[in-house]
Design a protein around this ligand. Structure first.
Ligand code: VGL
Ligand code: ZN
Length: 197
């Protein structure tokens, strides 16, 4: 049994002052750095969109946080965020990057968003993370980071469906809570067998 810590999207744009700021997003950084010491493997994810990404409201001249039907299903239209190479896409400056074995980027496909660290939002296109974890013999995952109700939620549910034993440490996550998305995410994670602590 090997247990990995997966740190989801602790990036400037999801912290106060960022383009898609999550309230208190910066408050979890110190605790995550400390937690890294307890794990045999540490993996970071990084939201990494090309300019003009299909999940951006500006791309469609639509209102921020409105919904759009994509070929793969409904999609929230976000403010421009985590653009490849931008300061907003960089990790929070206090996050300890030295402990990371792997940094996996997602959301680089212009046509499909990717909340989950495992699959794009079509629920089919893999990021490669599953293969990485399996070939390293990693069976158990603890997840922390941003945002609880989007990228943490989608990553945790996909991981549980793939057969990993998944724990989400809520005190080291912060959420967006868009139209009840937090309650729905917590319920969905419970239903998928994710251990919420
Ligand atoms: C996220 C919305 C858009 C997240 C990423 O990290 O939760 N949310 N892109
Ligand atoms: Zn994004």
């Amino acid at each position: 049994m090997t247990h990995a810590l997966i740190v989801i999207d602790v990036q400037n744009d999801f912290c106060p002052g960022g383009a898609l700021a999550v309230a208190g997003g910066d408050q979890i950084v110190g605790g995550i750095n400390t937690l890294m010491g307890e794990f045999a493997a540490v993996i970071l994810t990084q939201d990494w969109h090309p300019a003009g990404h299909s999940s951006f409201a500006s791309t469609h001249n639509a209102a921020v946080m409105s919904m759009m039907d994509m070929p793969y299903g409904p999609q929230v239209l976000w403010p421009d965020h985590c653009i490849q190479g931008s300061t907003g896409a960089q990790f929070h400056p206090d996050l300890n990057l030295d402990r990371a074995d792997l940094i996996i980027r997602k959301g680089y496909n212009p046509a499909i968003d990717s909340y989950s660290a495992f699959f794009e939002n079509d629920h089919q296109t893999p990021t490669g993370l599953e293969g990485y974890l399996r070939t390293r013999g990693i069976t158990d995952l603890t997840m922390v980071g941003l945002a609880t109700d989007f990228c943490v939620n989608y990553s945790a549910v996909d991981a549980a469906k793939l057969g990993f034993a998944v724990t989400v440490k809520r005190e080291l996550c912060r959420g967006i809570d868009l139209q009840g998305s937090m309650a729905a995410a917590l319920e969905g994670m419970e239903r998928a067998g994710v251990h919420l602590i």
